[in-house]
Design a protein around this ligand. Structure first.
Ligand code: BTN
Length: 324
């Protein structure tokens, strides 16, 4: 975060109880006093509460709740993920915007976040309810050099990252329903949508979408999904700061992604198994070809689902749906 504005927030925030004079700020940032004042007005527009006391200087009193590129990047401790953030109050789908940005050469690690999606989409062409301000609707552009057939592993990696963050940050232990659902008590808390653009055996880019129900009250969900969906607020009884949660997800994802690139899928597999939904239990499974009951044995070294039916027939599945 290199902009003057970012440096300004940095200086003010590192001395939260002190007033910093306009003169000192102008020297530190190498800008004029009127420019300092202009930046303060911009911060206020973004929801920062700034106190200005004559002959003492400026102090940030409170940080905005509302998301912006700036609030998302401020304090974000990553090397590459989220160094380019695009925040929009409303979009049709962050996936669509991410594809457009990727085609216009947006760098690896670009993050697109929206307060609201009017046409949020889920797996299998389902719609994804994306209420304004209540959840995290985010897409990440990745440009890995591994082969396209490994891209589904990114979904499982992302699921383990969300599970880890929900547990550490919010104190809930979700379960991961293969391949992309995060559940608590059988209700959906978050979903992941991984979309791939590739040529022959090379990935051009991946758009990794995450939809997380954060501060939804039950009646905010459309009636037909009220019994299937939940939110972090419903599970914990409290509201959560969305910006801080996004930052934790990005920081954790960067760490785990690098581990995955360097060491392969083995650690993701272990983490996945710690959160696996109905592992060892008999569930109903559906693929394009058939529906049947089978016991979930776990995931393979490449992320495929391993199941065993009542006749002892073991199947390794790359595309399937575990029924609720
Ligand atoms: C699923 O469970 O089917 C996946 C849901 C993915 C939803 C997210 S929200 C951010 C991104 N933009 C979208 O339109 N979809 C994904």
């Amino acid at each position: 975060m290199e902009s003057t504005r970012a440096k300004l927030i940095d200086v003010l925030s590192s001395n939260p109880d002190q007033y910093i004079s306009g003169q000192l700020l102008s020297e530190k940032l190498n800008i004029s006093r009127p420019a300092v004042w202009k930046h303060m007005k911009e911060l206020e527009k973004d929801g920062y509460e700034v106190e200005a006391v004559p002959r003492k200087g400026y102090r940030i009193v409170s940080y905005p709740d509302k998301l912006s590129t700036n609030t998302l990047q401020w304090g974000l401790d990553t090397d590459w993920l989220g160094q380019n953030v695009i925040h929009k109050p409303s979009v049709s789908s962050t996936q669509i915007l991410a594809h457009q940005q990727a085609q216009e050469d947006a760098p690896h690690g670009t993050v697109i976040v929206a307060d609201e999606q009017t046409k949020g989409r889920g797996r299998l062409n389902r719609t994804w309810h994306s209420q304004k301000g209540d959840g995290i609707w985010m897409s990440i552009i990745l440009r890995p050099t591994f082969e396209p057939h490994r891209s589904p592993q990114i979904t499982l990696l992302a699921a383990t990252v969300l599970a880890e963050v929900f547990k550490r940050h919010c104190g809930i232990k979700p379960q991961i329903k293969w391949p992309n659902d995060l559940l608590t008590d059988g209700k959906k808390l978050a979903g992941i949508l991984t979309e791939l653009q590739a040529e022959q055996d090379q990935i051009t880019y991946i758009v990794l979408g995450m939809g997380i129900n954060v501060n939804h009250d039950r009646d905010v969900f459309p009636e037909d999904i009220q019994n299937q969906a939940t939110s972090i607020k419903q599970e914990t009884g409290e509201s959560w700061a969305i910006g801080a949660l996004i930052q934790d997800i990005l920081q954790t994802f960067e760490k785990r992604y690098e581990e995955f690139i360097e060491e392969g899928f083995s650690k993701v597999k272990l983490r996945w198994e710690a959160f696996g939904y109905r592992l060892g239990e008999i569930v109903d499974i559906k693929t394009h070809q058939r529906s049947w009951s089978a016991r979930i044995l776990g995931i393979e070294h490449d992320g495929a689902l391993k199941v065993c039916d009542e006749d002892g027939q073991v199947d390794i599945l790359y595309s399937a749906e575990i029924q609720w």
